[in-house]
Design a binder for this molecule. Structure first.
Ligand SMILES: NC(=O)C1=CN([C@@H]2O[C@H](COP(=O)(O)OP(=O)(O)OC[C@H]3O[C@@H](n4cnc5c(N)ncnc54)[C@H](OP(=O)(O)O)[C@@H]3O)[C@@H](O)[C@H]2O)[C@@H](O)CC1
Ligand SMILES: [K+]
Length: 759
């Protein structure tokens, strides 16, 4: 387990921000995919921004047929690579982007992007490029080389590259000799050797270690650099007037005050020249906002954990409390002693929290096969409870519980699982490679009472989990490890060392233990929503408030989501032409009944799309609807029923219903909705919510005698006469069902033709 500068020293835990420069005639999107082979344990620690080169490819791309266009290039060159075209434009383009979207800490480059990245620090030092942005502090060079243009090289390599750099050298890469030349020019270089050619390689075990060490190193450097800023922030947080600020108005004043103070502070303290307050502010915001909120909440309000020293937006893990082993055990004793809880109660809530945290991140449609490994103590009990809840959430469960505890509580939990036919697997029967058979492995072996080194059979089980991390390097979709309260084998106040397990998710219970500071996986959750204010007070707990009725809350920011990779692998029943109703109205009714039976919210919610005369479609721009319908009385309705992976689209012509019908419907609605319709002059600008609220209150008072609320003149209904239906059902591997019903005349009779459309 590596360490991060943030940890106990109270440094900065922000992710290093890298601008990624892609290879010749590829694109930012392609590089994102190439780098996407690296595990989450790496990507989760870096903030990577992928930029397209400034010039569309002027010729054929080497990745044509492998990755989709468009392709871009950074600059052009002659056959000998000794003279460049558009090079200055390229430098300006990158600088401009860094000004607008920065600040960036470093550059990651592949191929042409790597040559460029490795040359930029030298050009910057010479004042030839990137003069208006902070100094480049780190480099990751994949398949790189030096510039061959003598003029450019003269500036770029007039002195050695001082910043820490990580170089990928491929055994089969035609650029390897040139990569070695570049390496000699770098004074603080680490190297990842790989057997492949000119490519962004996966990380093998050794490569991963080197990468993790590099990340540790740069995080430490950043933490040191940011230390003055953090100190400044702490000082600012102590400003007395902020402490007493309780009103929103005051808050925003305080925020802007804080903002301007911080920007000045940053410029004074940091050696990097950055004349741009906005980007600096953008980078500081994650550190600042929790503090601002915390000061604005009323410290005397009391309502559970969230209230005592609560931080409403807990985006900075540095601000929350961590417990020592002794404190965790003490809280345990108080809860089950004077506070009257039973162990079963707490275990049930803890296990439920673990299950809901898992379900929040890993959907059963994608991560279905779960193995829960339970230890001999209460941590193991939490695992048994979580297994039961996960079963009911739709996962396929298996449990490994090698050292069963004879107490009735545990026997009961086992019986409950057996009654659900959940298999119990012995250690010997577990497969060698757990990641082959399981998508999620829940580590519920040891919690806060762990001490010493793991004894058999848990030593081997922990080793198996360590191997899961390693196997996962080579797989597209990896299995994930979720640790309950503490990653097993880690010291409660320390970490698991280099050879310890590295969970993807940690669900801390009651409050995180000190070791959680060393957890750098992508998902840290808190569960155990039962801590009364007396405990929160006594231990000065600062914990994030649980949202709504949730049993869990995330600590820190969620990892960045690659929108292009968001894709549900739907699992749905068959939907075949032979099975469907001949009449689309009957088929619609059938699906609608399923939705109602499944208890989905608002089954009749739909999106109405209208079209203007020129055929342009709009959705949900309510104020435009009537106008558009008068221009073109055609529309389509879309019903989307998420829980069932289904949607229905209905197209047709639209007509106004009679005033009488509108009136009747208006008065069938709840009186609150009737008043709401009067209050809302839809889509007009309102000065504030209070205006609507005041008008609402006034009308509520006016009609409090139960008298008829008149329908506003401009309120009415439309009816769509269906002329085409399309039923869609999500299926695995994007092979969705789409059945279209369109009218057809056969022998003078109007019938519905049913056709299957390609997904
Ligand atoms: N109060 C709370 O806030 C709540 C706490 N909850 C949960 O309880 C957890 C704490 O439970 P816990 O105290 O039972 O201890 P836990 O860590 O499960 O294991 C102890 C067992 O492991 C054994 N063992 C120890 N070291 C070992 C080694 N090196 N190698 C092998 N074995 C070793 C030890 O045996 P011993 O060494 O004592 O012989 C004993 O049998 C906590 O983390 C949370 O998950 C929630 O349920 C509800 C709210
Ligand atoms: K555990």
């Amino acid at each position: 387990m590596g360490s991060q500068g943030s940890g106990e020293g109270g440094g900065c835990s922000r992710k290093p921000r890298f601008l990624c420069l892609h290879g010749f005639r590829t694109s930012g999107e392609i590089m994102r995919k190439q780098v996407g082979k690296w595990p989450e344990s790496v990507l989760g620690k870096l903030d990577m921004v992928y930029l397209d080169g400034p010039f569309p490819a002027e010729g054929k791309s080497d990745v044509d047929g492998i990755f989709d266009p468009p392709y871009y290039e950074w600059f052009q060159f002659n056959q000998e690579f000794s003279a460049y075209t558009n090079f200055d434009e390229c430098l300006e383009y990158i600088e401009d982007y860094m000004i607008k979207q920065g600040p960036f800490d470093g550059l990651v480059g592949f191929s042409q992007g790597a040559i460029l990245s490795a040359g930029l620090p030298g050009l910057q030092a010479k004042g030839v490029a990137l003069t208006k942005v902070p100094k480049i502090k780190f480099l990751i060079i994949i398949g790189g080389a030096k510039f061959k243009s003598p003029e450019v090289a003269e500036d770029a390599y007039s002195s050695p590259i001082q910043c820490p750099s990580l170089h990928f050298l491929g055994e089969m890469d035609f650029l390897k000799p040139y990569g070695l030349e570049l390496l000699e020019h770098c004074v603080d270089a680490s190297v990842i050797h790989h057997p492949k050619g000119h490519t962004v390689p996966r990380l093998d075990e050794k490569g991963l270690d080197t990468m993790m060490n590099f990340i540790d190193k740069i995080q430490n450097i950043l933490a040191e650099k940011d230390q003055p800023i953090i100190k400044k922030l702490r000082k600012l947080r102590k400003l007395k007037k902020l402490k007493f600020c309780q009103e929103n108005k005051l808050c925003s004043q305080a925020q802007s005050q804080l903002q301007s103070n911080v920007v000045i502070g940053t410029q004074n303290q940091n050696n990097d020249t950055c004349p741009l307050p906005n980007p600096i502010w953008a980078f500081l915001q994650p550190v600042l906002s929790p503090a601002i909120h915390a000061f604005c909440s009323n410290p005397s309000s009391a309502a559970g954990v969230g209230s005592v020293g609560a931080v409403p937006s807990m985006q900075n893990p540095e601000d929350i409390s961590y417990l020592t082993q002794r404190e965790a055990a003490e809280i345990d004793e108080i809860l089950m002693g004077p506070l009257g809880f039973s162990v079963d109660q707490l275990m049930e809530l803890a296990g439920l929290s673990v299950a809901t945290s898992i379900a929040e991140v890993y959907k059963p449609s994608e991560y279905n096969r779960v193995l829960v490994i339970c230890g001999p103590g209460n941590n193991g009990g939490d695992g048994l409870v979580a297994a039961r809840h996960l079963y009911h959430f739709g996962y396929k469960l298996s449990v490994c519980y090698p050292k069963r505890t004879a107490k009735p509580l545990y026997a009961g939990l086992v019986t409950q699982l057996e009654s659900l036919s959940v298999p119990f697997i012995s250690v010997d029967d577990l497969p060698l490679d757990l990641s082959k058979d399981f998508d999620i492995i829940v580590d519920a072996m040891f919690g806060f009472s762990f001490h010493g080194s793991p004894r058999p059979p848990f030593d081997n089980l922990i080793q198996k989990l360590v191997c899961v991390n390693k196997y996962d390097q080579t797989r597209e979709k990896s299995s994930v490890i979720v640790s309950v309260d503490i990653p097993s084998g880690w010291h409660v106040e320390g970490d698991g060392g280099v050879e310890g397990i590295k969970p993807d998710m940690l669900v801390s219970l009651t409050a995180p233990k000190l070791c959680a500071k060393k957890f750098f996986g992508p998902h840290h959750f808190l569960g155990g929503r039962f801590v009364p204010p007396s405990i929160a007070d006594k231990y000065k707990l600062r914990l994030p408030p649980y949202p709504g009725t949730s049993m869990c809350v995330r600590i820190g920011r969620p990892p960045q989501v690659d929108i292009s990779a968001l894709r549900e692998n739907y699992i749905s029943p068959e939907f075949l032409e032979e099975q469907v109703e001949a009449d689309p109205f009957d088929q619609f009714r059938k699906w609608f009944d399923d939705v109602v039976a499944a208890g989905l919210r608002e089954p009749n919610a739909m999106a109405l799309s209208t079209a203007t005369k020129n055929g342009k479609m709009y959705t949900n721009y309510e104020s435009q609807k009537a106008h558009e319908l008068s221009e073109n009385p055609r529309a389509s309705l879309l019903f989307y029923w998420d829980g069932l992976n289904r949607q229905v689209r209905v197209e047709g012509s639209v007509q106004k219903v009679s005033d009488e019908e509108s009136d009747q419907y208006f008065h069938s609605r709840p009186r609150g909705s009737q008043i709401g319709a009067i209050v809302s002059k839809q889509s007009t600008v309102v000065p504030g919510r209070h205006v609507l609220y005041d008008q609402y209150k006034e009308l509520e008072e006016k009609f409090s005698d139960g008298s008829l609320i008149p329908k506003p003149k401009n309120w009415g209904g439309y009816r769509l006469k269906p002329e085409l239906f399309e039923f869609w059902q999500g299926q695995q591997s994007r092979l969705h069902d789409r059945l279209r019903y369109s009218p057809e005349e056969i022998n003078g009779q109007q019938v519905w033709k049913i056709e299957r459309l390609a997904p």
